[in-house]
Design a protein around this ligand. Structure first.
Ligand code: ACO
Length: 323
């Protein structure tokens, strides 16, 4: 048995922050941000929480799938920015959607979180442990960034995406996952949330900073490791590069995605992107993009999708599945 996607959903806050809006907070400009990252805007929470967004995305996925919430066996929620450590966000979602038979837990692998959770769900299903899994990526990155650090605050946005996997006969799902804790220092985040990002500290002290990143180290890591793991999965599955219909990558930066396509010598048209609109929503990028592709009619039964995530840890993972 494999987990077939039978519903997708997403939620992004209505409140939009453009690059010009950011230029009023830090010394930056639209041209620099677009050229270096491809990002034009990001959606930022305005009263929403990570669990709320996750619940909304889950409701839309459920609605599309036609599955009764009581049929869900497990809720896996990838996040590194939940407003509560416990109850975990997955249990909050369980409550919101009435999935009373489900077990739920959160999983933190930063931007790789959704792909790690998707792989875990596939492993549960193929082992016969469960039939129906709700996999969610949800983040309030605006609570995590230092809004005075122009090197990082321009990169992130908030949102959530969800998929429902249902056990079915089908082509095997192939996957890989790696971590390199020794290089973790390249991208670190404190768990304390900051709500007052618009205010200056009264005592003029150094601002608390939540995400610290060596941008160039992360860039180099991503453009090396993502093609490597895609090739690893292709080889293990005996699939040719040309057989892949879409590469659904973590939406961190347009230049990273273009570099991956170049290294794989593959048509950039097979790498859909939506980061201009949403920026990097960490664990939520892949399911938000999948939902947009699904609802936009891009995905057809039998197509081969390669998804890959990469991020803090350092962590990276990939999954090859049939739609
Ligand atoms: N606006 C204007 N100028 C800026 C900004 C900004 N927002 N940020 C930095 N600069 C300046 C720097 O101060 C520097 O100025 P200097 O030359 O006078 O010293 C100059 O621009 C170049 O800075 P670099 O840091 O070298 O710029 P780079 O080309 O590396 O781009 C970036 C920075 C966009 C962060 C890039 O390194 C990158 O995309 N890295 C990957 C980061 C990433 O995607 N992280 C998330 C992935 S993992 C996850 O999703 C959690």
């Amino acid at each position: 048995m494999v987990g077939k996607v039978c519903g997708t959903g997403s939620y992004v806050p209505a409140h939009v922050m453009s690059n010009d809006d950011l230029a009023r907070i830090v010394d930056t400009n639209d041209e620099w941000i677009r050229e270096r990252t491809g990002i034009g805007r990001r959606h930022i929470i305005d009263g929403e929480t990570t669990s709320y967004m996750a619940g909304q995305a889950a409701k839309k996925a459920l609605e599309q799938s036609g599955i009764d919430p009581e049929e869900i066996d497990i809720i896996l929620l990838a996040t590194s920015s939940s407003e509560t450590v416990y109850p975990c966000a997955a249990c909050e979602v369980q409550k919101m959607i009435g999935a009373k038979h489900a077990a739920g837990y959160d999983l933190n692998a930063a931007c790789t979180g959704f792909v790690m959770a998707f792989n875990a769900a596939q492993a549960y299903i193929s082992a016969g442990f469960c039939r129906t899994v709700l996999v969610i990526g949800a983040e309030s990155m605006s609570n995590m960034v230092d809004w005075t650090d122009r090197g990082t605050c321009i990169l992130f946005g908030d949102g959530a995406g969800a998929v429902i996997l249902r056990a079915a006969e089908g082509a095997p799902v192939h996957m890989a996952a790696h971590s390199d804790g020794k290089k973790g220092v390249a991208l670190t985040g404190l768990s304390r949330h900051r709500k007052d990002w618009e205010k200056e500290p009264e005592d003029g002290s150094v601002k608390e900073s939540f995400i610290h990143m060596d941008g160039q180290a992360v860039f180099k890591f991503a453009v090396r490791k993502v093609p490597e793991i895609i090739e690893e999965v292709l080889e293990e599955s005996g699939t040719g590069l040309d057989e892949i219909d879409y590469f659904v990558l973590h939406q961190a930066n347009r230049r990273i995605i273009e570099a991956v396509a170049r290294r794989l010598k593959t048509d950039i048209g097979k790498f859909p992107m939506n980061l201009e609109e949403y920026a990097n929503t960490s664990a939520a990028t892949v399911p938000i993009l999948l939902d947009e592709m699904n609802r936009g009619g891009m995905l057809k039964k039998g197509q081969k999708i390669m998804t890959a995530g990469f991020g803090a840890g350092l962590t990276w993972a990939a999954s090859l599945f049939e739609w």
